[in-house]
Design a protein around this ligand. Structure first.
Ligand SMILES: [Zn+2]
Length: 345
């Protein structure tokens, strides 16, 4: 099956028709949740296909395409962090039916790409390719490479093997070594407009997305995952609680949200706090447009300096959320701190 998102058609044509992009290494950049991973897979599939159409689209029928669809193409090697199994990549590929936010069993798996994973590429890229064809190495997300892994990859990019194309995909290009960036052809992937996102979500039976799209960083794919993972109900409970200001029960809220991935919950609170401060300072909100009346009231109760410090604290929480000792305690502490901040004036 071949699918590009509507907002990717133009960049697809540009890339496929311009051979200068096919020199050893391609770097796809852009914000999270716009379909970069899906795009890179389609790119690899078309490049490996034995019989592409005149539009440079993989035929879907040849031996190579069948290998690809079965997930075992001998000339394709994907390098991803252990923790990003295929269901997490559902964020980038809405065809995948897995659940990432509710998964807790993967919390001990590595979030990074290790040097061993890059070293493991040696056999793949330096040995004779299958039927002497193109070989593709897909690295996602490239910014998760450890420093040692990035240096090991750099050596390969400096002495590129023939007929091997590296496709690096990144949400945060600034975290990549400048020397790696300069060795790659950079392609900025387009993000859909709000109107295009809403139309796409409607096609996928998600209506009224105007309200949840901002909450999901204006990304149609993250919004799609949000609904598929049935986060609408717990998120509503979260909002109904915290909008009560200091009257909500942090222990009950922590208990009810402990099964959801912690980084997801921290993200909700970060956005809520951002809106409180933003309204206080600029009179505008970014994420919780529907809750403007509650934000107007609560933002008056906020001590601005204390809240700014709390926002910084939440950033630290976001990093810690991948390695918490106890989910419930972690959330309890965070919600108590939120409550205290509201009382501080
Ligand atoms: Zn094919």
């Amino acid at each position: 099956m071949f699918e590009l998102y509507p907002w990717q058609q133009e960049i697809w044509q540009i890339l496929l028709k311009n051979q200068q992009y096919w020199r050893h290494a391609l770097l796809l950049t852009g914000k999270r949740g716009i379909g970069k991973y899906t795009f890179s897979r389609q790119l690899a599939k078309s490049l490996l296909c034995h019989s592409t159409t005149t539009e440079h689209i993989a035929c879907g029928a040849c031996l190579s395409c069948r290998w690809f669809e079965q997930g075992g193409h001998p000339n394709l090697h994907c390098v991803i962090p252990e923790a990003l199994s295929t269901d997490t990549i559902a964020i980038a590929d809405q065809e995948n039916k897995g659940s990432s936010s509710l998964s807790k069993s993967k919390k001990n798996l590595s979030q990074q790409i290790s040097i061993d994973q890059i070293r493991y590429l040696n056999d793949f890229i330096y040995l004779t390719s299958h039927q002497k064809e193109y070989k593709v190495v897909l690295i996602y997300p490239a910014e998760t490479m450890t420093h040692a892994a990035a240096n090991a990859l750099l050596k390969k990019l400096e002495e590129p093997p023939a007929n091997v194309l590296f496709i690096l995909v990144t949400h945060q290009i600034q975290r990549l070594l400048p020397t790696i960036r300069s060795r790659c052809q950079q392609v900025v992937m387009p993000a859909p407009s709000t109107e295009v996102s809403i139309a796409w979500l409607k096609q996928h039976s998600i209506n009224d997305s105007e309200l949840i799209l901002p909450l999901n960083d204006f990304s149609p794919l993250l919004t799609w995952s949000f609904v598929r993972e049935q986060l609408t109900v717990p998120h509503q409970y979260f909002v109904d609680s915290i909008k009560q200001g200091q009257n909500f029960d942090p222990f009950a809220l922590a208990l009810s949200l402990q099964q959801i991935h912690l980084s997801t919950v921290v993200g909700w609170l970060q956005k809520w706090c951002y809106d409180l401060v933003s309204y206080r300072v600029t009179g505008r909100v970014r994420y919780y447009l529907k809750l403007l009346p509650a934000i107007q009231i609560l933002s008056k109760q906020v001590d601005l300096i204390a809240y700014t410090a709390f926002l910084r604290e939440l950033s630290t929480h976001q990093k810690l959320s991948y390695h918490p000792l106890n989910a419930r305690l972690f959330l309890e502490e965070m919600f108590i701190r939120y409550s205290v901040m509201l009382c501080s004036k």
